[in-house]
Design a protein. Structure first.
Length: 58
């Protein structure tokens, strides 16, 4: 059983690099969709060496 915190999203991610939104403007949260352009925010690179369930807080 996976418990999640309110305001968070749990996603199943494959191995590789995933670009996570840090600005809160993405229409495809938790992934960066370029909505940060014009702000001081940059997406966070999440690098996984194997598939994982990841909880990401908003
Ligand atoms: S859309 Fe939020 S960091 Fe890119």
């Amino acid at each position: 059983m996976t418990q999640t915190n309110p305001g968070s999203t749990t996603v199943s991610l494959e191995a590789g690099t995933h670009w996570i939104c840090s600005c809160g403007q993405s229409q495809n949260f938790p992934y960066c969709d370029g909505g940060h352009k014009g702000t001081l925010f940059q997406p966070l690179a999440l690098e996984l060496d194997s598939p994982k369930l990841v909880e990401i807080s908003q």
